[in-house]
Design a binder for this molecule. Sequence first.
Ligand SMILES: *Cc1c(COP(=O)(O)O)cnc(C)c1O
Length: 366
Amino acid sequence: MKLETLAIHGGNIVTDSEKPVVQPITLSTTFIHQPESMIYTRANNPNRHALEKLLARLEKGADAAAFSSGNAAGVSVFQALEPGTHLIAPDDMYHGLKHAILTIFKGVLEATFVDMTDMEKVENAFQSNTKLVWIETPSNPLLKITDIRAVAKLATEKGAILACDNTFATPVFQNPISLGADIVMHSSTKYFGGHSDILGGALVTKQEDEFWEKVKNIQTGGGAVPSPMDCYYLCRSIKTLPYRMKGHAEHAMALANYLSSHSGVERVFYPGLKGHPGHEIAESQMTGFGGVVSFQVQGGADRADQIISKLKYFINATSLGGVESLIERRAASEGPDTLTPQNLIRVSVGLEHLDDLLEDMDQALS
Ligand SMILES: *Cc1c(COP(=O)(O)O)cnc(C)c1O
């Protein structure tokens, strides 16, 4: 089954005798005892089951676990590590997950944050107790590209698990498991949901091994699971994911090209641009470059804020992946300890008409 077909039919498990075309929402928290029945919604639910089956197939994995947020999914991987374990993560890791490692797991896990585009640094970061390598590609907000195959090879040699945050690429453009990753993580809040109205997260595993058993135990025992309603809406949204991603990527490429030729713009970050340092690796492991573009403006933070305030269609809000274009000066959201340049603007390029988006950006920059 091709991706577009899978997205439409893969998340629709109808067992009702009336045979509705669309899977109903099963709100019941409990199920009548029968040999093969589900037992309790924290452990499983028909809508979550359908979503997890769909996610596993989209990401070419053996199984998936849906969570109430992307952070809950990521934190579950860290929780599944033995205390005293060391992990390697990107220096520009999604700031919410980096913050979780540094606070919730302080004194429990050791972490080294490195530039994942420098393989020598990654190799040197390994210790005898390294059990996890975490990557995020393209990264947030600098769109840095990590060579998934190369890091997977290194992690395998050293006996560590490789987990990849695939939120920016989505399975439409990148399948980390096919490139050697053991676990794929998603914030479903972003492109999977696609309409800025669902919070969710997911993990997909290459194989159902001992580590995955631990993760599943944390999912059901810890209970950070999505509601049947959210699972239903995610299955619904994912039906259009392949077409939405094509639109996002097309608009992002056009905006990146426009910004690259503007004299008021210092630097543009988009892996689809030939001049992007990770362009060749991106081409080798992605089939599209995603919908997020970042750029630095001339004139610093104040000028960046001024441009954002002049826009009509790009909404000044955090998050990404929705049909509406969102824009923010990222450092302002990440706080004082951020490594993100103060004049950097991150755009989640939406599905409004491209002419309207380019015209709006042009008047704001002028
Ligand atoms: C948003 C995001 C997360 C966190 O997901 P939530 O759903 O907000 O908890 C993790 N990684 C990336 C790349 C994200 O964009």
